[in-house]
Design a protein around this ligand. Structure first.
Ligand code: KG4
Ligand code: ZN
Length: 346
């Protein structure tokens, strides 16, 4: 088969990103413009501010991605864009840009499910191919997805409330560690005692692979409050280490149970929380004990980027699944429905 070159566009949260990928594996360029500094003043992502920043920067980021790849529109075979799930106003910016480009160039348009992008990052970094189990842990998602040999995706579990990264961010905010909270907590945790506080791990008997982190978040806040009222200064490193330990144990326990139930021999870890050293170490140890291969892309491919969207778009191109110009951004989207049909045919 001849080469297939896809332009990927991502704007589902606070990263404005564009990338050119050849044959779903060869990353010719990847430009990621983080809005972290814009949102830091607010202590978290402000949707309206994110949409505005995407609008200001999107076309420039695309130009840069084409330039870095030494590519023009005439070299492209398709335009892939994240259509959901995510912040809907932010998604509109990427989707409208992709549709305008498709209209102007006549190139096919491909709407990509954001979580499918996260899992395909492992193809870019490790050449991973299904079947595998994926744990996606980010600021917006904590999902366990079973990917069958055919490529079919089945979501086994999700978060019932806060996503893992969201819990890191909220707890860090309560500890006055700033935004984003994940890196700050993992740094503080290095100096702390993870056994100092025994925090709860949600059991959720009616959803064996679902996650819940809001009880844990409240437990940390309660300790902070109680110690403050007692005139005691809380040990931030101990609290950070104990909180991190509880998140890691919850993620590991559900993931191990899903590995055992599905019989999958490969685990892929993705999403921004995959940057967490304690989580990587714990999951690797569990995988080693089970004889399961553990795949985790480099951090730049775990956090939001457009190369993963272009790579997922290539898989759609090969299957002949294209969208029309009615494509729009959606806050929630089922990965099973997306796998089965184009986003605009659901
Ligand atoms: O995938 P991502 O870049 O964006 C979303 O789609 O949300 O993930 C960002 C999340 C944030 O919540 C951030 O606090 C968390 O990933 N994160 C971490 C670490 N680095 C980033 N969480 C725990 N430990 C880290 N080292
Ligand atoms: Zn993401």
């Amino acid at each position: 088969m001849r080469d297939v070159t896809v332009l990927g566009i991502e704007s589902s949260c606070d990263e404005t990103a564009a990338s050119v990928v050849r044959n779903g594996r060869d990353m010719m360029s990847s430009v990621v413009l983080s809005q972290i500094e814009v949102h830091q003043a607010f202590g978290g992502v402000v949707p309206e501010v994110a949409s505005r920043a995407h609008t200001e920067m999107m076309t420039r980021v695309i130009e840069q991605a084409l330039r870095d790849a030494k590519t023009t529109f005439s070299d492209l075979d398709a335009i892939a864009v994240t259509y959901g799930p995510g912040l809907v106003g932010a998604l509109f910016v990427g989707v409208t840009t992709a549709k305008s480009l498709a209209l102007a160039t006549g190139l096919p348009l491909i709407g990509v499910h954001h979580l499918a992008g996260h899992m395909v990052a492992s193809a870019l970094s490790h050449g991973a191919t299904p079947p595998y189990l994926v744990l996606i842990a980010s600021g917006g998602h904590t999902d366990l997805i079973n990917v069958l040999a055919s490529g079919e995706m089945v979501r086994l579990g999700k978060t019932r409330d806060d996503a893992a990264g969201e819990a890191f961010d909220k707890v860090a905010r309560a500890m006055r560690l700033g935004y984003p909270g994940g890196p700050a907590i993992s740094e503080a945790a290095k100096r702390g005692d993870p056994t100092r506080y025994a925090f709860p791990i949600a059991k959720l008997p009616d959803g064996p692979f679902d996650f819940s982190f809001s009880g844990l978040k409240s437990a940390v806040m309660l300790v902070l409050d109680k110690e403050k009222r007692a005139g005691k200064e809380s040990s931030i490193p101990d609290l950070a280490a104990s909180f991190q330990e509880a998140v890691v144990q919850a993620l590991c326990a559900k993931t191990e149970a899903a590995l055992l139930q599905t019989g999958q021999r490969t685990l892929v870890l993705a999403g921004g929380v995959a940057a967490n050293e304690a989580l990587r170490l714990a999951l690797r140890a569990r995988c080693d004990a089970l004889g399961v291969e553990f795949v985790v892309p480099p951090v730049a491919l775990c956090t939001d980027n457009a190369a993963m969207i272009a790579a997922a778009g290539y898989d759609r191109y090969v299957r002949g699944l294209f969208d029309d110009l009615t494509l729009t951004g959606v806050a929630t989207a089922s990965i099973e429905a997306w796998y089965a049909a184009p986003a605009t045919k659901q």
